[in-house]
Design a protein around this ligand. Structure first.
Ligand code: RIB
Length: 296
């Protein structure tokens, strides 16, 4: 079973700030670091490090993208479906406060230049049962989902960052939703928390499996037949960037390795805790060995 992640590639510029910039304020940062990121890149790295065979598809700018390609390849991700275009790659301006929490401003760049032709060329390499992982940082999402569904691929959707474009997607084709309560409320049109939100999502999408992440409360899984709860593993927070992406990549790769849902949730929670204890997005993602050998 192969994994195709059609997703974003961003250069993350991370600024250490005493607090997030307020409206009208000019704030000096303590420093800036540059990391590989993008929800797509992070999830590909996590899924590959978690043991899956991963192909990343997407688009980058020719001039500034070598670090993104290198980061994917170093993690074992295949990159032949990443288009190199004129112009610049996507980037993120990330403010990180002393608690390790972040605020993210995105510039789509090449991530928003995906064409239908490119989608068709890429999907031709994947078959029934292969996984497709998607987030919401590229264009052509509805088309990718329609075509992947026609091929019988298993669609994993992390509807982040949430906006109206998600509601234009054929969400009934989603096999696995990986989302938080705010994203769930936007999709269901009704606010609820925890178990109630899981119930609402499963009523709206009876054929889907749902992983609901609840921050400090951990995560919930439901598929209409069974449900599980997973707590978080407490660590000293360095940087929360890519925690959710690490969770998604490790959850899916654990299922592909043959783990049951309960073990996949636990592995994902551990991997995500390790990521939170390190700086940066891509570079913070642990290997499967590190996850299995950690004492959390
Ligand atoms: O989920 C974290 C990611 O969101 C960052 O790496 C940033 O690039 C944005 O896409």
């Amino acid at each position: 079973m192969k994994v195709l992640n059609f997703g974003s590639l961003n250069i993350d510029y991370v600024y250490q700030v005493p607090h997030f910039v307020r409206a009208g304020e000019t704030l000096s940062s303590f420093g800036r670091e540059t990391f590989c990121g993008g929800k797509g890149t992070n999830q590909s790295i996590a899924a590959s490090k978690g043991g899956a065979q991963v192909w990343h598809a997407g688009a980058v700018g020719k001039d500034d993208s070598q670090m993104l390609i290198d980061a994917l390849e170093e993690a074992g991700v295949h990159t032949e479906f990443v288009m190199r275009l004129e112009g610049s790659s996507g980037h993120a301006i990330i403010q990180k406060n002393p608690d390790g929490q972040n605020c993210i401003l995105l510039y789509g760049g090449a991530n928003q230049e995906i064409t239908k032709e490119h989608v068709d060329q890429v999907l031709a390499h994947f078959d029934q049962g292969d996984f497709l992982i998607l987030q919401n940082e590229i264009n052509q999402m509805p088309y990718i989902m329609e075509q992947a569904h026609k091929r019988g691929m298993q669609i994993v959707l992390n509807p982040s960052p949430m906006n109206e474009k998600i509601l234009e997607c054929p969400l009934e084709y989603v096999d696995y939703f990986m989302l938080n309560e705010v994203e769930g409320a936007d999709i269901c049109g009704k606010e609820a928390s925890g178990e109630e939100m899981l119930k609402q999502l499963l009523e709206k999408f009876p054929g889907s499996k749902v992983v609901l992440t609840l921050g400090e409360q951990g995560s919930l899984y439901g598929d209409g037949r069974e449900s599980y709860q997973q707590g978080i593993f407490k660590v000293k927070v360095a940087d929360t960037t890519a925690a959710g992406d690490t969770f998604t990549g490790f959850f899916i790769s654990s299922l592909i390795r043959g783990c049951g849902v309960k073990e996949a949730l636990e592995t994902a929670a551990k991997a995500s805790a390790i990521a939170v204890s390190r700086n940066g997005a891509g570079p913070s993602i642990p290997t499967l060995k590190e996850v299995q050998e950690c004492s959390l």
